[in-house]
Design a protein around this ligand. Structure first.
Ligand SMILES: *Cc1c(COP(=O)(O)O)cnc(C)c1O
Length: 361
């Protein structure tokens, strides 16, 4: 049976990449060793690391003179802490826009940093705790905040930014769930971080892309939490996740061959439109997110009846449409349709939705 994986993360990887991994697994690059066995100090790994770094900057159209790329552990969640420790060093004040669960987590962790003032300068939280839109951007006073933090794609809520805040405050983003899946003017950001397991690689790797001007600004941080120390050691202060970086490099190459971010974003829009159009015309299923800021990557939907939702998830699973159960915070269903999800996969999902709707009038 053909199956399609709609998981939010860890998530689907390009089939071609998995086949290449399989083919090379026992003998990486004629070394007679597996990529799982090689040293992070070896030239074999150094080539992979340098290649991945170069590809990321090229895909984002960023200059290597201006930006550095760090390959870290600890997930996007560790960046909730590392970011303020490293970047909030002038005003000791940080501004956040709250657009959902992960924004809230970022805010809560920043608030634990001693001496840091954390202001939620805009929020789209509804009275009942749900989020269905992206808020209007506030006018921030100049030279007051060290950074403005946004979550570009709200994995659980199913919303995303299309326009970026116009601000003189350095813009930083948690881009975990639409990293290289939606087009942004990446040079508008001072720093972008992303857990790799949504749209790039297996879990265990986090990317931080940052302006080099932020390096060397803070002293006394523990090395592992220090962007400058990590940068100096080429992200190998401790043993880096060699396999994850290798898979990331293969996925980046795959993305380049597909035509880059602009092209995949176009395909992602095409996939998302197909699903949203179906949901908007459905009498049974519904997506509650403001159409102006619907995510290209994560599409939550409900029937309005918990038992029917459960029946849908069960029958979908039996039909090979996997991991459609919604996040426990919002219930219902969620289809994550990252870069590696094919148009065909979304078409099959829409056909199944239609069949289920006809059978459950
Ligand atoms: C999944 C996710 C996280 C958490 O990522 P970890 O790598 O598990 O720490 C943070 N932010 C967003 C937007 C996410 O989707």
């Amino acid at each position: 049976m053909t199956t399609y994986n709609f998981a939010a993360g860890p998530a689907v990887l390009p089939h071609e990449v998995l086949e290449k991994v399989q083919k090379e697994l026992l003998n990486f690059n004629n070394s007679n060793m597996s990529i799982l066995e090689i040293s992070h100090r070896s030239a074999l790994y150094q080539d992979v690391y340098k290649d991945a770094k170069k590809r990321i900057l090229a895909l984002m159209k960023l200059s290597a003179d201006e930006y550095d790329v760090l390959f870290l552990g600890g997930g996007a969640t560790l960046q909730f802490t590392m970011l303020p420790l490293n970047i909030a060093n002038k005003h000791h004040k940080a501004a956040y826009i709250n657009t959902g669960h992960w924004s809230k987590r970022a805010i809560a962790e920043a608030k634990k940093i001693p001496g840091l003032t954390v202001d939620t300068v805009a929020s789209s939280e509804n009275k009942d705790g749900t989020f269905t839109t992206i808020p209007k951007f506030p006018d921030l006073p100049e030279d007051t905040y060290d950074y403005l933090h946004i979550t570009t794609n709200n994995t659980i809520m199913g919303s995303a930014y299309y326009d970026l805040p116009e601000t003189s405050t350095p813009l930083v983003a948690d881009m975990s769930s639409n990293f290289l899946g939606q087009e942004y003017p990446f040079d508008k950001f001072d720093l972008i971080y992303a857990g790799a397991q949504k749209n790039l690689a297996p879990a265990g790797l986090t990317l931080v892309i940052l302006k080099k001007s932020h390096l060397g600004q803070v002293e006394g941080l523990p090395d592992m939490l220090d962007y400058t120390a990590q940068s100096k050691k080429e992200s190998a202060l401790n043993t880096p996740p060699v396999f994850q970086v290798y898979v990331a490099d293969l996925v980046l190459k795959w993305l380049e061959e597909k035509g880059g971010v602009a092209q995949i974003a176009k395909e992602n829009k095409h996939k998302a439109d197909l699903l949203y159009d179906y949901l908007d015309n459905s009498k049974l299923f519904k997506n509650n997110v403001d159409p102006a800021c619907r995510s290209l990557m994560n599409v939550p939907f409900v029937t309005g009846n918990k038992d029917l939702d459960a029946k849908f998830v069960k029958e979908a699973t039996e039909a090979g449409l996997l991991n459609l159960k919604g996040h426990r915070l919002v219930g219902g269903m969620r289809a994550s349709i990252y870069n590696a999800m094919t148009y065909e996969g979304v078409k099959v999902l829409c056909a199944f939705l239609q069949k289920f709707e006809a059978e459950n009038k």
